[in-house]
Design a protein around this ligand. Structure first.
Ligand code: SAH
Length: 406
């Protein structure tokens, strides 16, 4: 009896059949297939590992299945996957090795270790903040208890953290029809620590703040912006002071004053604490940056350096026009306020705003502001946030460093 059961269990391994369009998408090396391209699925449990077949039944590989997301499957292997937790452990080790072997992470103890699809682990994000690791689980398959156990165990073995924190995005768990969970310490006894980026010190609290607590994708851009920043500087969406502190403290920066603006009081309190940690006091203003820039530009307030790093204005394709309007207004006001020779660092973290759209909107703003701008650097996310070619969704952050002339 036991052997027979084993055989029937194998036969019962869930599978999905794709349309020709879905198959073509996978052949283009994009790991996602939408539900509308799944032509056959029978009794596939939520979060299961599924065999993926083309319309004629030919085996294409193995994927993680979601019963609720529009993205029905995310490919995880071109072969069979008999043991998902073991594969996840192996991929985590590979992601760590990729960063080490290519020397991708420099001058910091805060960086991304696993970036979901870009590290072939769809639905898993892990960031390292010195001795505290912060992870996000975004899909049904990654949420399964044995997979969770393998993730934490591998991270412990490979990185010896003092604590592992899970950051929960309630909306994503809802969309994936997963039971609600609190953001909490998963393992160990430490959820807050201190990190360094480019010689600047930051407090880190794994149980608070946005994203996994900080915007590690901007880390290399902080140092780049500091190379050109000078005079009076304004960081208009400063959060906990990532750019502002670099402009004030990085050895390359030549700023006489730095002001940080954010609409979130708690973010500013952290920014102030970070400045004090570095032995500096900076000016922090709680305000809506749109209103403040409008007011300052109307009263002819001038700056030498302005940083614009707003939240993603286009969360979906439908928001695109409104988002472009928002980026244009901000950039226009900033350009008007910059002295000749001034530096504008302008970012977009909206995936739906393409590099071409963003350049066009900044160029339109320059036209309306009657200014000429030269691109000093055109940048993206830090190298520990890999961009997987053929998966445009892994490329979302743009950062232009511009010099302004009349
Ligand atoms: N530059 C920051 C990240 C900015 S994230 C860093 O590198 O750490 C975007 C920030 O914009 C958030 O802190 C959010 O609180 C703030 N924000 C959102 N809308 C705003 C508005 N209208 N005015 C000012 N700040 C705003």
């Amino acid at each position: 009896m036991p052997p027979k059961r084993a055989v029937s269990a194998k036969n019962a391994e869930p599978s999905v059949k794709l349309s020709t369009r879905g198959t073509t998408r996978l052949q283009g090396r994009h790991p996602w297939v939408y539900r509308s391209d799944v032509v056959e699925e029978k009794d596939v449990p939520p979060g299961s590992v599924v065999r993926v077949l083309d319309a004629r039944g030919k085996f294409l590989g193995t994927a993680l299945y979601s019963s609720s997301s529009q993205i029905a499957i995310r490919m995880i292997s071109h072969g069979s996957v008999p043991d998902l937790p073991a594969l996840v452990a192996e991929r985590i080790r590979a992601a760590i090795a990729y960063r080490k072997e290519n020397d991708l992470v420099r001058n910091t103890d805060a960086y991304r270790i696993v970036f979901s699809e870009a590290d072939f682990l769809p639905g898993l994000i892990v960031d390292r903040y010195n001795d505290v690791l912060s992870l996000q689980i975004l899909t049904q398959a990654m949420d399964a208890a044995p997979v969770r156990a393998a993730i934490v165990q591998t991270l412990k073995e490979e990185l010896q953290p003092a604590g592992v924190v899970e950051r929960v995005e309630a909306r994503i768990r809802e969309l994936e029809q997963l039971p609600p969970l609190p953001t909490a310490l998963l393992w160990g006894d430490k959820s807050s620590t201190e990190v360094r980026m480019n010689g600047v010190r930051f407090c880190y609290d794994g149980l608070e703040g946005q994203k996994t607590g900080a915007f590690l994708d901007e880390r290399e851009n902080y140092a780049a912006a500091a190379q050109y920043a000078h005079g009076e500087a304004l960081d208009a969406f400063c959060y906990q002071g990532g750019f502002a502190l670099h402009l004030a403290l990085h050895p390359a920066a030549k700023c006489s004053s730095v002001t940080g603006v954010d609409s979130s009081r708690s973010a500013l309190e952290k920014a102030e604490r970070n400045a004090l940690l570095n032995g500096r006091e900076l000016e922090w203003i709680e305000a809506n940056a749109f209103d403040l820039l409008r007011e300052y530009s109307a009263s002819n307030r001038r700056y030498d350096t302005i940083i614009l790093d707003p939240p993603a204005f286009a969360k979906t394709k439908r928001d695109l026009d409104k988002a472009l309007g928002g980026y244009k207004e901000l950039n226009l006001r900033a350009m008007k306020m910059l002295q000749p020779g001034g530096i504008l660092v302008t970012c977009s973290c909206s995936f739906h705003v393409s590099p071409t759209d963003f350049l066009k909107v900044v160029a339109d703003a320059a036209q309306d502001a009657h200014k000429s701008l030269r691109i000093i650097e055109s940048r993206g996310a830090a190298k520990d946030h890999p961009i997987l070619l053929n998966v445009p969704e892994t490329s979302y952050l743009q950062c232009l460093i511009l010099s302004v002339s009349n």
